[in-house]
Design a protein around this ligand. Structure first.
Ligand SMILES: C[S@@+](CC[C@H](N)C(=O)[O-])C[C@H]1O[C@@H](n2cnc3c(N)ncnc32)[C@H](O)[C@@H]1O
Length: 420
């Protein structure tokens, strides 16, 4: 029987053993081997080897998990992560990170309290936790300065991740256990009836909720505009050879080279123009009206176009239609509707569909992909998909996958499709 736990007298012997296990490191036997790997990768990092830093991060995470006792692991999940999140969001709201960055010298808590209006004793408690989790640097008793993390959080494009996740996601995630219990552990499949509605006590979908809360919508768009940074981009030579699209692209003034469907504030097209400035044909950014109104930093060569991707695609016969982190927001049946509108607009033998998303490994998947998968489940009844799930989705929609391009296991892939 799923999800039912009853304690009986016969459990008491194993409970004694569990008490011992709870204070024993999770996997001490692995530690020497992991320490060796850390040393080896540290040397690789120092000699500039590509991806050594990312590999080192993964290994140090395994090292931490092996060294910790189960009791410590429980505290990390139940105490550290939630309180650190809350203190970071509060510090952002008070402007603490900006104050630290603006100052050339470390600042005392009394000074920060005077500048923010927060009560001294409250700020002391906050700053101690922020220092304990590495969000700021403690330079003396009740005195702090910024590091790279807090400096980044002084800028709203990055800091907005925290209020966005509070306003759209944390309550969805915390509702997942109750939602799944209520639905008898079925995979959520309706974006209007998923943990999001339970957590936020609303009938709205995720994007409807953003429309009802424009400040939150603007914060979400900021989050989307920066969250892919620091990874290989689909248009980099290490991922997708863009020359494949350039070769054979029609060069008339009306020809459209690339349509970014659900492209947010246009960061992908801006990046594209920086990396590929001599692109033939027009570049079109499509999204909802409120989102395009936020696209103030759009390159002048990009044409914004309000478009609902559930309706007929107005740009016919473009060289390419690009969907970045769009299909993961929707369950399969809704993706079929979005894909059908693109299929109807594409020219066989010429147009390409480019899907830029995670491909979740069937085994040994990275926590970033699995976590995002569950965020998609909680907020949208959507999903990060495995390769076989992508193939099934796209083949059912009537597309032929030409090739799947992946720079490395930490980056999103580019699924290149055409009409059969
Ligand atoms: C997860 S964001 C991805 C944004 C961008 N492609 C990126 O990768 O950063 C999904 C986008 O889909 C847009 N969207 C949602 N519903 C839409 C609709 N019906 N028509 C057009 N765009 C929509 C949202 O406004 C949002 O910008």
């Amino acid at each position: 029987m799923v999800g039912i736990h009853a304690t009986t007298a016969s459990d008491s012997k194993s409970a004694l053993n569990i008490d011992q296990i709870a204070i024993t490191p999770n996997d001490l036997g692995k530690v020497p081997q992991l320490v060796n790997k850390v040393e080896m990768l540290g040397n690789a990092l120092a000699s500039g080897q590509a991806n050594a830093r990312l590999q080192l991060l993964d290994v140090t995470e395994s090292l931490l998990a092996s060294l910790e006792t189960p009791r410590e692991t429980i505290l990390r999940y139940c105490w550290r992560n939630s309180t650190a999140f809350a203190m970071i969001e509060t510090a952002i709201d008070l402007g603490v990170f900006r104050l630290l960055v603006e100052s050339n010298e470390p600042r005392s808590v009394a000074d920060l309290a005077a500048a923010t209006g927060a009560e001294l004793v409250l700020l002391q408690r906050m700053m101690r936790q922020l220092a304990a989790v590495g969000a700021v640097v403690e330079t003396g008793c009740d005195e702090y300065t910024s590091n790279g993390f807090s400096t980044t959080l002084s800028e709203s494009r990055y800091a907005d991740a925290f209020p966005t996740i509070t306003g759209t996601t944390n309550r969805s995630i915390l509702s997942i256990p109750e939602f799944l219990k209520k639905t008898n552990y079925r995979n959520p499949s309706d974006g209007f009836n998923c943990p999001f509605q339970m957590g936020f006590d609303t009938k709205a979908s995720f994007f409807g909720h953003l429309q009802e809360n424009p400040v939150l919508g603007a914060q979400f768009n900021n989050l989307m505009s920066v969250y892919h940074q620091g990874r290989a981009s689909w248009m980099d030579p290490s991922c997708y050879p863009v020359e494949r699209l350039l070769t054979g692209a029609r060069r008339g003034v009306d020809e459209v080279f690339l349509v970014d469907v659900g492209g947010g504030k246009g960061h992908d097209l801006n990046e594209f123009l920086t990396k590929w400035p001599t692109t033939p044909g027009r570049l079109v950014l499509q999204d909802q009206r409120a989102v395009l109104a936020e696209a103030t930093g759009l390159n002048k060569a990009v044409e914004p176009m309000v478009h609902d991707f559930f309706t007929e695609q107005p740009i016919k016969g473009a060289r390419s239609y690009f969907l970045h982190s769009v299909l993961h927001d929707w369950p399969d049946d809704v993706c079929q509707t979005i894909l059908s509108q693109l299929k109807a607009a594409m020219t066989p033998g010429y147009s390409r569909l480019l899907i830029n998303e995670n491909i979740v490994s069937d085994s040994g998947a990275h926590w970033q992909a699995t976590s995002l998968d569950l965020i998609m489940m909680g907020d949208f009844a959507g999903a990060e998909r495995t390769e076989s799930q992508w193939r099934e989705l796209l083949e059912t929609a009537g597309f032929k996958i030409i090739q799947i391009w992946t720079a490395d296991k930490w980056s999103e892939s580019l699924i290149e499709c055409e009409l059969p």
